[in-house]
Write a protein that binds this ligand. Structure first.
Ligand SMILES: Cc1cc2nc3c(=O)[nH]c(=O)nc-3n(C[C@H](O)[C@H](O)[C@H](O)COP(=O)(O)OP(=O)(O)OC[C@H]3O[C@@H](n4cnc5c(N)ncnc54)[C@H](O)[C@@H]3O)c2cc1C
Length: 469
């Protein structure tokens, strides 16, 4: 039996896609920056089928590129253009919630569950699945875990890694690693799950995860705030953190980002005039309805205004207004994509260093590319700021702008690292940041990573060309 017949035998013809039209969506990444040519797209429906497919790929020496919702921003879910023959293994059909227990605040979900559906499943039993970001309606649990996604609530609940109790993983040799425990405490040796979380499919295929839930939020207050400087935003952050409420989101947005959102967003209404250089979106929450959150928010904002840290603020008066604030934030990446070609970054620095980081970035980028336009937006409450250098108005030729300004990424990364930060905060390495690994990652860490990779995947068949330079 040839290879395609062997894998079709496992999943059936309807789930072994080979026609150009069927394969096309899996052959390009969200940004349109990376393209590959998979032999087929395989869509298993069970863990056993994943295991059987992985074994048949091993027999035929075919590489495997796992794919979730394909919203990743580093080109991880697309076969490398010059890589070995490969298939895309899409987990989309594995979308069952296997168990949910509000008493022990846990959920066991298959890798192909869309993140938003897990938020809903948790809400249905009065619990919160706290991960939230713009692509949650498409991204899947497997992709979320494999990139160790962050989002707007990392500040309060941690990134994806911190939610995981246990994992089920198909290893590169096809064996099933069943570590799907729902307990918080398990010190029985190495915590293997952490190798696969953030592993971007290079060590195995995540098929299911046991994850922690939180108490449902009974009260939420959200404000859109104009601040004069990032330093003022940092002072406001301190006030909010000391306010006694849970600060579940604290986003810093440059005016240029808000202008792009206003220009390209569909149905977006800005809560304030865009006449401030910086804006903050802040959300306070409580798991009990009696907490006077509105008062806490108003007091903190009034004190910040008094101190000159806030020039204007709009507190959402309704759920619709609250949703509008987050829609602006969540729709921003798409608006930015529509606006112009941009060299983008995914850096993190200590929260206290955010203002200095932004000063250094602006100074150095403007000095080198005075014709470029800088946008900065991010999860300031956890120090993760996305800086982009956009092409001048009217310049839509992406490759031309990258040829001219591509080095901006290395410049921004170097500034973040010099301030004690990271060049890869939440999007992963994929294909796009492999060169930065070579520059910034500790040599011993790289050596250990290679040893782990070789031990688990000696033939290098799991997502080749990703993470390791
Ligand atoms: C509009 C927009 C906003 C975003 N905002 C944020 C944000 O705020 N924070 C953030 O962290 N990210 C953000 N992202 C990036 C992206 O949504 C996340 O990286 C997400 O976690 C990717 O999930 P996915 O299912 O789409 O994964 P994919 O893109 O399909 O895959 C990502 C990586 O995981 C691997 N993978 C996928 N599934 C599995 C599996 N089951 N087993 C093993 N490996 C697997 C793939 O091979 C690939 O390397 C945003 C993206 C968009 C488009």
């Amino acid at each position: 039996m040839d290879f395609l017949a062997a894998v079709t035998d496992v999943v059936g013809p309807a789930n072994a896609l080979t026609s150009i039209d069927d394969v096309a969506p899996y052959a390009v990444d969200w940004r349109g920056s990376y393209r590959g040519t998979p032999l087929a797209v395989l869509r298993p429906g069970t863990t056993q089928e994943v295991s059987d497919l992985v074994k048949r790929c091993a027999d035929a020496q075919i590489a495997i590129v796992p794919a979730g919702g394909r919203t990743g921003l580093s080109g991880g879910a697309v076969p490398s253009a010059n890589g070995p023959p490969s298939v895309v293994l899409s987990l989309e059909r594995m979308n069952r919630v296997r168990a949910i227990d509000p008493r022990d605040f846990s959920i066991v979900a298959e890798a192909g569950c869309v993140v938003q559906s897990i938020q809903q499943a948790a809400a249905d039993v009065e619990r919160l699945f706290p991960i939230q970001w713009g692509a949650q309606g498409t991204a899947q649990i497997g992709g979320m875990l494999s990139t160790n996604a962050g989002g707007i609530r990392t500040l309060r609940y941690g990134n994806a890694r911190e939610l995981v109790l246990g994992l089920e993983v198909v290893l590169p040799d096809g064996r099933i690693l069943d570590d799907l425990r729902r307990v918080r405490k398990d010190n029985s040796g190495y915590a293997l799950r952490h190798l696969f979380i953030g592993g971007e499919g290079t060590l195995g295929v995540i098929t299911a995860a046991a994850m922690r839930l939180q108490p449902a939020l009974k009260r939420v207050e959200t404000a859109f705030v104009a601040v004069p400087t990032p330093d003022a935003a940092l002072s406001l952050f301190g006030r909010m953190m000391e306010s006694g409420a849970d600060v579940i989101a604290f986003e810093l947005c440059g005016r240029y980002c808000m202008e792009m959102a206003a220009r390209h967003g569909v149905g977006l209404r800005m809560p304030l005039p865009l006449d401030s250089p910086w804006f903050v979106m802040v959300e306070l929450a409580a798991a009990h309805a009696s907490i006077p959150l509105r008062e806490i928010m108003e007091d903190a904002l009034a004190a910040a205004m008094e101190a000159g840290d806030v020039s204007d603020a709009a507190i959402a008066d309704s759920e619709a207004q609250r949703r509008m604030i987050w829609k602006i934030r969540e729709d921003y990446p798409e608006c930015s994509r529509k606006d112009s070609a941009a060299v983008s970054t995914d850096t993190a620095v200590p929260v206290s260093a955010v203002p200095e980081f932004l000063r250094m970035v602006e100074r150095d980028l403007i000095a080198r590319w005075p014709e470029g336009r800088i946008s900065a937006i991010g999860h300031a409450g956890d120090g993760n700021i996305h800086v982009s250098l956009h092409a001048p108005h009217g310049m839509t030729d992406r490759p031309a702008w990258f040829a001219r300004a591509g080095e901006a990424e290395a410049m921004v990364n170097a500034i973040a690292v010099s301030l004690g930060g990271s060049f890869s905060a939440e999007h992963g390495i994929g294909q796009s940041k492999r060169h930065a690994m070579a520059t910034h990652k500790d040599a011993v860490a790289m050596d250990v990573m290679r040893m782990v990779k070789t031990a688990l995947d000696p033939d290098g068949r799991m997502n080749p060309g990703k993470i390791l330079p």
